[in-house]
Design a protein around this ligand. Structure first.
Ligand SMILES: [Zn+2]
Length: 226
């Protein structure tokens, strides 16, 4: 069996914002990019092929797609995958980020808690439902707070493993804010644990990624994790 490793093709990075290209490069350089192969399919081609593939899955399961409740399901799945829950695979959809100079000389930690996070487990293609806490210590640049939510959402809208998702948010913010002093925790329920397998409805998974002072300074780390 061959495994697809992260491949950066030159044409993947065309028509991207400078911010998206910088983040993509930083993740690739650190080996934290989602394993991707550039297949050259445009939106409509992806859409048609997912619709046909899901039609086949439904038929194999024995579902009658002539039923009016099911008829549009392959179409809905294709649209949902491409435009919504996996739209974060496309860097052309990276949120436009306005990072501004830190003229106010903010030096204290900025922390945003309880950021809604809904992602999809790449091992089972079912929901990961949780929240993120993100903090940074401004150096030369600060970022609009809603932009942090948008970055969390962008990387959540991929097939994910929670550890990689946490690291991708960290590195994206470090890159855009031009500082290592960023910290991210994600706390989430995995529906592949809740709805199948061990059927555990109470366990949550917590992952943490720390950079700069959050890693080296115990009191900064304590303030964030506390
Ligand atoms: Zn899973």
């Amino acid at each position: 069996m061959t495994t697809a490793h992260a491949i950066t093709c030159p044409d993947v990075t065309t028509n991207l914002s400078a911010e998206a290209a910088m983040v993509q490069k930083a993740l690739t350089d650190k080996g934290l990019e989602t394993p991707l192969v550039h297949n050259g399919l445009d939106r409509d081609e992806k859409y048609a092929r997912i619709r046909d593939a899901f039609t086949e899955i439904a038929q194999v399961l024995g579902l009658d797609l002539r039923d009016d409740s099911l008829r549009e399901t392959p179409h809905r799945i294709a649209k949902m995958y491409v435009d919504e829950i996996f739209s974060g695979l496309d860097y052309a959809k990276f949120p436009s980020i306005s990072v501004i100079d830190n003229k106010m000389q903010v030096e204290e930690m900025v922390c945003i808690d309880k950021i809604d996070l809904v992602s999809t487990c790449e091992h089972h293609f079912v929901t990961i439902d949780g929240s993120a806490r993100v903090a940074y210590i401004p150096r030369h640049r600060i970022i609009g707070l809603s932009k942090i939510n948008r970055i969390v959402r962008f990387f959540s809208q991929r097939p994910q493993v929670q550890e990689r998702l946490t690291q991708q948010i960290l590195v994206a913010l470090q890159t855009l804010l031009e500082t290592d002093d960023v910290a991210v925790t994600v706390n989430a329920v995995h529906y592949c644990v809740k709805s199948r397998g061990v059927m555990d409805s109470n366990s949550t998974t917590r992952t943490t990624a720390l950079g700069g002072a959050f890693k080296t300074d115990a009191s900064t780390r304590g303030e964030f994790l506390g």
